[in-house]
Design a protein around this ligand. Sequence first.
Ligand code: NAG
Ligand code: NAG
Ligand code: NAG
Ligand code: NAG
Ligand code: NAG
Ligand code: NAG
Ligand code: NAG
Ligand code: NAG
Ligand code: NAG
Ligand code: NAG
Ligand code: CU
Length: 337
Amino acid sequence: MVSSTLSFLVLITATTLAAAVPHSRLASRASTCTTKSQRKSWTTLTNTEKAAYIEAELCLMNSPTKGFVADAVSRWDDLTWAHLNQSNYIHDVGQFLPWHRYFMYTHEYLLKTECNYTGTQPYWDEEADSDALVDSDVFDPDTGFGGNGVSSNTSDYACIADGPFVNVTLAMGPEYTNTNHCIYREFSATSFMWANSTYLDQCMAEENYTSAYPCFSSWPHTSGHAGVGGSMLDIVASPGEPLFFLHHTNLDRLWWIWQSKNLTTRLTDMGGQNIPDDDYLASMGMPYPDASLTNYSGDPGNVTTLTHVLWMSGLVPNVTVGDVMDIGGDLLCFEYV
Ligand SMILES: *[C@@H]1O[C@H](CO)[C@@H](O)[C@H](O)[C@H]1NC(C)=O
Ligand SMILES: *[C@@H]1O[C@H](CO)[C@@H](O)[C@H](O)[C@H]1NC(C)=O
Ligand SMILES: *[C@@H]1O[C@H](CO)[C@@H](O)[C@H](O)[C@H]1NC(C)=O
Ligand SMILES: *[C@@H]1O[C@H](CO)[C@@H](O)[C@H](O)[C@H]1NC(C)=O
Ligand SMILES: *[C@@H]1O[C@H](CO)[C@@H](O)[C@H](O)[C@H]1NC(C)=O
Ligand SMILES: *[C@@H]1O[C@H](CO)[C@@H](O)[C@H](O)[C@H]1NC(C)=O
Ligand SMILES: *[C@@H]1O[C@H](CO)[C@@H](O)[C@H](O)[C@H]1NC(C)=O
Ligand SMILES: *[C@@H]1O[C@H](CO)[C@@H](O)[C@H](O)[C@H]1NC(C)=O
Ligand SMILES: *[C@@H]1O[C@H](CO)[C@@H](O)[C@H](O)[C@H]1NC(C)=O
Ligand SMILES: *[C@@H]1O[C@H](CO)[C@@H](O)[C@H](O)[C@H]1NC(C)=O
Ligand SMILES: [Cu+2]
């Protein structure tokens, strides 16, 4: 908790400095990240660590909204809203991976600062489970997130039927409707295979960010959303499903592995469009992003740069894409193990 607060203070200093001192001096300055926290695979956590994470998730779900969006009931809804409200601006664009990297940080920050969580954000090693979705540890009803959804006559959705989140009511979503509903799932083993090494090898071989992010988005990103299905397949409101955070942390890890193949170049390699393709927006039922987002992006054109602003609806301060490129930098200070 102390170190997270500290890193924001440091960030403000760094941002102020960036305007005032030459870039070369900033670059030679030692990073403030000396002790990195370790983000681990879910399967390597002890049962006690798993229980602490799930308890903290339930805490956010049971904490009242801080009231910056009308339909929200819980703190969990506040978090989902940051994603829902910008879904038409954070997918199919260059900021896709940086925005979700900062969103994972925001989630972890709320767990620590509002729910006394002392662990770190775990990830779901989906490649390891890619040929046996249903057998994944994450679906364990006792130590994990519960299993597949079950159809019933009392809900339009195949609500989850076991595990710690069985009674959770989400107020954000489905899509833009914001009507109370359960966490629902509809497994697709075929879609989950997109997390396997055939697809990962293809993404890892991409030479620059502009060509890499669409590959990551298509395969190891869609794998988790379409493989778990249900709430996860609702691109707009999917953070209502707690597995979203294990999934996107894994995607972030994959981007970091790709960056690490050539850090000299890839700590600053950014690109891609700022506005999604028209046919993407149409196929997802999303409106064209409005000026309240595009006017303040920090990018003058339609190409994503390091100065692009990442906005979390005020849950944490605005930062730029450049601020999150290094997971062991001044703002973020962790490693994947
Ligand atoms: C995002 O929220 C703002 C403020 O409530 C609203 O005007 C805008 O229409 C929302 N956009 C989307 C895509 O939900
Ligand atoms: C966090 O810990 C503090 C100090 O022990 C306590 O007062 C507070 O109620 C705890 N918060 C939650 C959400 O458990
Ligand atoms: C749902 O309703 C149908 C027809 O009324 C009934 O046959 C079926 O047993 C019900 N299923 C469940 C899970 O309640
Ligand atoms: C869900 O609600 C039912 C009925 O109130 C209760 O028996 C059960 O213990 C609850 N389960 C969880 C995980 O909260
Ligand atoms: C990955 O999944 C595809 C099907 O989507 C399959 O054709 C391929 O053989 C799989 N690769 C591995 C390494 O299992
Ligand atoms: C990125 O790589 C793609 C595919 O190799 C290539 O077509 C494109 O010109 C490259 N873009 C930049 C900015 O280097
Ligand atoms: C890193 O990328 C730069 C620029 O494309 C290239 O010159 C250099 O050889 C690469 N380094 C490695 C280790 O691939
Ligand atoms: C941004 O670029 C993408 C890809 O070229 C294009 O589909 C979209 O229409 C462009 N939007 C604007 C406002 O230029
Ligand atoms: C966005 O910028 C345009 C052009 O500068 C301006 O006319 C418009 O009022 C701005 N909209 C918002 C919501 O700030
Ligand atoms: C943060 O970014 C949002 C969206 O770009 C913008 O509306 C807001 O004014 C920014 N906040 C601050 C404090 O700069
Ligand atoms: Cu998303």
